[in-house]
Write a protein that binds this ligand. Structure first.
Ligand code: ADP
Length: 383
């Protein structure tokens, strides 16, 4: 079965064509038949809209497809609100429901809807599936999703914690269970998605029971350019100082995090600078690793004792120095890193802790496109 995975942004369209029946982990690249990105949609020199962008994708795919056809399209959709707990087959009603969630994800959902509409128009007979970034977190209990604020904020505005990166957390939790020889529903642990966006998820019996991102992806950990947790009064203070909502949004989402602390949101550059004696870079790593360690300790309690702490995404998979800094702070949990194992670069799921570590530390590469393609196939396949 051939699945086209689409990640539609406001000015870009990312795609990957996958054969979901190729289950060959040693050479998983063979499952990917084509991939690319069309950028500058709506800008000078770029396609005028998503429909035109899709024309470019179609032209690229034609050569690869030959006489085969795309069996289904899987869309990454950022916000599924309270309604969507699973991937769903898309129809007009579903597109309208996603559109109604636009206020909750004003940058992302409208762009996802543009992608859904463009593909419905171009390939009306190809089934489309929406896979939501929030869906895995629909199992979070009320004690963890509720903010301690007046009820109308929730009932009128949907203000509650939703969580994001769900497709990645679920995929990685399943893979981590496999590595430990457990069924997915036997896995209790903490999954750390450390990319440009950063989130931690508490997984109990294979289900998300808490996660660090909240109403938006801003809450929680120190990220590339996002602050994570701050005292909300800071926003009020800045508002009273005359800063507009847009300025405050930009400040916390795009000018903060590692970029603010160290001058770069690239973990490689931050580690290099710290190694070369840059004090700000060293402090940035301390702030980020300390905050992360506090969340891990909290989630260890939430899940009733983690069977593993799992690192994934750009930093989690590749930055041995950052993993080492986090591991160092987990001594109170009986965690012991194996420095040599940690230092070996690899694309495979692996253990990086010592045998005597009370909680194993794992590195499990994420693959959101693969997860979306498989979820899509599962929805459209006749049972
Ligand atoms: P996104 O959230 O955009 O998908 P990624 O998962 O690709 O982000 O992660 C981006 C982060 O991963 C950046 O901070 C980058 O510096 C870091 N990163 C990528 N490769 C490496 C590497 N080899 N060593 C250290 N950090 C890396």
């Amino acid at each position: 079965m051939l699945v086209l995975v689409i990640n539609s942004g406001s000015s870009s369209l990312k795609y990957q064509l996958r054969d979901v029946d190729t289950h060959d982990d040693e050479a998983s690249s063979r499952a990917v038949l084509a991939e690319g990105i069309v950028e500058r949609i709506g800008f000078e020199g770029g396609p005028s809209d998503h429909a035109e962008a899709l024309g470019h994708v179609d032209a690229e795919l034609a050569a690869v497809l030959g006489d085969r056809t795309i069996d289904a399209v899987g869309h990454r959709v950022v916000h599924g609100g309270e309604r969507f707990a699973e991937p769903v087959l898309v129809n007009n009603e579903i597109i309208r429901a996603i559109e109604r969630l636009n206020p909750l994800a004003p940058l992302h959902n409208p762009a996802n809807v543009l992608g859904l509409r463009a593909i419905s128009a171009k390939w009306p007979d190809t089934p489309q599936v929406a896979v939501f970034d929030t869906a895995y977190h629909r199992t979070i209990p009320e004690r963890a999703w509720r903010y301690a604020v007046p009820d109308w904020l929730y009932t009128h505005h949907g203000i509650r914690r939703y969580g994001f990166h769900g497709t990645s957390h679920q995929y990685v939790a399943t893979r981590a269970a496999e590595l430990l020889g457990l069924e997915p529903d036997e896995f209790d642990g903490v999954v750390l998605h450390l990319g440009n966006g950063v989130s931690a998820t508490a997984v109990q019996a294979g289900k998300s029971i808490d996660t660090s991102m909240g109403f938006t992806p801003l809450e929680g950990l120190v990220m590339g350019t996002r602050s994570g947790d701050v005292d909300p009064s800071i926003l009020v203070f800045l508002g009273r100082q005359g800063h507009s909502p847009d300025e405050i949004d930009d400040l916390l989402n795009r000018q903060s995090g590692l970029k603010a602390l160290a001058g770069s949101n690239d973990m490689r550059a931050v580690v290099e600078a710290a190694d070369a004696g840059d004090r700000r870079a060293a402090m940035a790593l301390e702030v980020a690793s300390y905050r992360l360690a506090k969340y891990i300790g909290g989630y260890h309690v939430s899940v009733g004792g983690a069977k593993a702490v799992v690192f994934t995404a750009g930093i989690g998979e590749n930055s041995a120095p950052f993993r080492a800094r986090v591991a160092e702070r987990l001594g109170a949990l009986g965690v012991v890193l194996d420095g040599a194992l940690n230092a070996v670069p690899s694309k495979e799921p692996r253990v990086i802790s010592a045998p005597e570590s009370d909680i194993p530390l794992l590195v499990v590469p994420t693959d959101e496109e693969r997860a979306i393609a498989e979820a899509t196939a599962a929805v459209v396949r006749p049972t």
